[in-house]
Write a protein that binds this ligand. Sequence first.
Ligand SMILES: [Zn+2]
Length: 472
Amino acid sequence: MSGTLLNIYHRLPGWMRSSAASLHGFRLRSWRFGPETPQLIEQALERDSWTHQQWQDWQQERLAYVLHRAATCVPYYREQWARRRRNGDSASWEYLENWPELEKEDVRKSPRAFVADNCDTGRMSYAYTSGTTGTPIDLWRSRTTMRTLYALATARTRGWHGVTPRDRWAKLGGQVVTPGQQQEPPFWVWNSALNQLYMSSYHLAPNLIEHYLDALVKHRIDYLFGYTSSVFALAQEMVRLKRNDIKLKVVITEGEPLFAHHRSVIRDAFQCRVSETYGMGELVTAASECPSGTLHQWPEIGHVEVLEDNTQVGDGDFGELVCTSLLNADMPLIRYRVGDRGRLTAHAACECGRRLPSIDVVEAGSYDLLVTQDGRRILGLEDIFFKMPVRQAQIIQERLDLIRARYVPAPGFTTESARAIVRAVKARMDGVEVILEPVDDIPRGANGKFWLQVCKVPDVEIQSVLNASRAL
Ligand SMILES: [Zn+2]
């Protein structure tokens, strides 16, 4: 949504925001679901029991198609191979190992060069990701890709846990559905097209969370989907208030790692199973957790290599995840370095009976939660750099009332861009001073991961803000 439209939307009363969200939802639904959906779901569930050999055969055939399409129809790769040929390189593009690894920065710089010739981005579904490097990347998917993806998600993320599109669900996400300074509910909109209560993850102050819990009851929500930290914040408040009036079918987390302490608090609060997911907007790999607790990879999405020092590690050993698009052949990313480490066990014997490979991911996501003076926890603030001419960005909270926005400017960065950053931070965190810090490079953290949000406010100070907010 553009800035002007968002401003108009934010001035609407709550019920009109819900109507606007529903209209938007009907549009999304037609991209995601169609007459072929039931069959696609059924086929996905059938493939859950495929053997390792069946998956290998399927992936090799699909990979051959994607590599051929990339080398001949995708400008970035076609030019890359032409350059290699001119330099006397005779390696065949039919073998994945002959392709160089791809960095996020290369895709960010010229995303359209990765879209196949016969695709019109104006007629595709657009998305973007800030990934874990703080650099937004433009992404395009065809309607077929979207419908296949959502059939997989319906089958595996939801279907494995017995929930269907008819169940009423709440999503705690990063869309700004409510103005940042708003202190009164609703902090959500009902999207009737998707049967979904979309809840802002920007308003989770301790004194406001109870309103969220009441909304889950009022809207008769069956299951919850959202950022781990946001769902966790609701669960903690449920436990603190000793409420047991919300019993869900399942809680599904996304976007951040789900640690053992998150899992146990969420499970106790909502009296249900907690299931994690793994994936990224670039659609090069995805996974979801089954009822037996295994994170199963979805081999239709992408081919995964696990590398250490550029060499394939053994089955079940940890290494860097390097992934190749299989589903989205219209914007194929070949040997894409997703920035996470993990391990893949091809011959997973899971109690659930499914034979999809299992994947363990470590160090996915690098965020601290920020905190506002009125006790709200803030995630995803790096989204403000979306569409800005910056190469990398990082938000550092120095004090409760001081935010440092560090960024590597790209050509086209102007004083108006700088003012827009300050405005965007202040819209989400009322009353802070914003220091802009243009830099040449942003160093990675000790574990080699890029930190998008860093909070330097001492824990004891955060706790006292949260307690004061609760007392209101
Ligand atoms: Zn399983």
